[in-house]
Design a protein around this ligand. Structure first.
Ligand code: SAH
Length: 397
């Protein structure tokens, strides 16, 4: 069956479609190679139900109408194989590069830009980096697309800061893709599986892109976290706001705030927002985002969320609503213990890992909170991960 046919079918009946990808096994990014979208949603629902068993009965998972090409952030590693420049992903558990010519979950513009980069490397005679020998220049490309604004960032990750014929290279790239709004050169000279290195220079444009979520405009730089699925992020944040039940007066904490998204969206319905995030680049973006959107009741702190919450608790502060959106590892007891001391009436826990969510809910429910409801949202079609927003309320509040 051709790709085109499957795509058309998916529009008619998204739940009946399958991934239909020829490199699914080798690439390893997607876990649902054969299952239909419906089967996948059922599986994800089960994952959430099992981990939340005993806390609450989760709502039905919200899937996507069109579960393809949703990823707004696309990474490709470049390599040289059999006289040809290839790009794609690392084969799972190895450093062998799997050639991915087309990906069904990545943004299509980003994939076209990556194809152009392969051509340009050839015509500019730029060598790809070889991980074994440490020779060669071009390591990775990272593309970020603002789905609402159409802005596109291309990050070229090189092993040294010198890109030969830099200006002509960028010009050729922009000629082919006028939608590119910024090009950044990132230097990664370490033997590491991390994609981005520390040092960056802007080759074209502002060095960041902007996107819009829930009516607010956000600036996003290369190293800041930003949700990869625009459509489902609005669904998720909408649920989080509904669960928070804000009346305009509350004192909020937005922990693990990234570029400030949740707190800035909540700010118009709150008295005061206190946001904390560890990554300095994300905090810089967040401060800019508050100013650019003329939001004055939000303060940002660059700190470990656990340490910050402990300091707040020791200072005898109180909070009405806590939003928390930790990474996959979940939160820690320093954070959760202090959260309990700060005594919010409601906790809105946004989780990308039901296992650590279950673990953290165990702590909170032993310490004066009850799980009211949970809404799984499919943020990562075809990928094993599942997102879930959960509402807890304080007993005897
Ligand atoms: N709420 C944001 C970001 C969620 S991702 C959004 O929806 O876009 C999790 C964030 O937690 C990332 O930005 C990461 O940099 C940050 N983070 C990871 N560990 C942290 C810690 N110990 N303390 C504070 N922030 C942390």
């Amino acid at each position: 069956m051709s790709k085109q046919v499957v795509k058309e079918k998916s529009k008619e009946n998204p739940i009946g479609c399958t991934l239909d990808c020829s490199v699914v096994k080798k690439c390893g990014s997607c876990s649902y190679g054969k299952e239909t979208y419906e089967e996948q949603l059922r599986d994800k629902q089960k994952m959430v139900n099992v981990n939340l068993n005993g806390f609450c009965r989760p709502e039905k998972i919200i899937g996507m109408e069109d579960p393809f090409h949703y990823r707004n952030k696309v990474h490709a590693v470049f390599a040289y194989r059999k006289g040809k420049i290839i790009s794609g992903t690392y084969q799972e558990g190895t450093h062998d590069v799997v050639f991915v010519e087309q990906c069904r979950i990545e943004d299509e513009t980003a994939d076209r830009i990556i194809a152009t980069l392969r051509d340009l490397l050839r015509s500019f005679k730029i060598k790809t980096y070889d991980e074994d020998t440490g020779y060669g220049l071009f390591r990775h490309a990272l593309i970020r697309v603002g789905k609402a604004t159409g802005q596109v960032m291309v990050v070229l990750v090189l092993s040294t800061p010198i890109l030969p014929s830099k200006n002509n290279f960028v010009k050729a790239l922009r000629n082919k893709h006028p939608e590119i709004t910024t090009v950044v050169l990132n230097v990664n000279n370490k033997k590491t599986s991390m994609i981005l290195g520390e040092k960056e220079t802007v080759l074209y444009g502002k060095g960041y892109i902007e996107d819009e979520l829930c009516g607010i405009r956000f600036r996003i730089s290369s190293k800041s976290f930003y949700q990869v699925n625009h459509v489902q992020t609005e669904v998720l944040y909408g649920k989080a706001m509904e669960y928070a039940g804000l009346t305009g007066k509350e004192r909020l904490v937005d922990a693990y705030c990234g570029i400030g998204t949740i707190g800035l969206i909540a700010a118009k319905d709150a008295g005061e927002v206190i946001s904390v995030e560890l990554n300095p680049d994300a905090v810089r973006d967040a401060i800019h985002n508050a100013k650019a959107n003329k939001i004055k009741n939000v303060r940002f702190y660059e700190n470990d969320a656990g340490r910050f919450m402990t300091q707040m608790a020791e200072a005898g502060e109180k909070v009405d609503v806590l939003f928390m959106d930790p990474p996959r590892a979940g939160s820690d007891e320093a954070f959760l213990g202090s959260a309990v001391t700060l005594s919010p009436k409601r906790i809105v826990y946004i989780s990308c890992n039901p296992v650590t969510l279950g673990r953290d809910l165990k702590f909170l429910t032993k310490n004066g909170y009850r799980v009211e409801k949970a809404q799984p949202v499919d943020m990562f079609p075809w990928v094993e991960h599942v997102e879930c927003v959960c509402l807890l309320s304080k007993l005897n509040a």
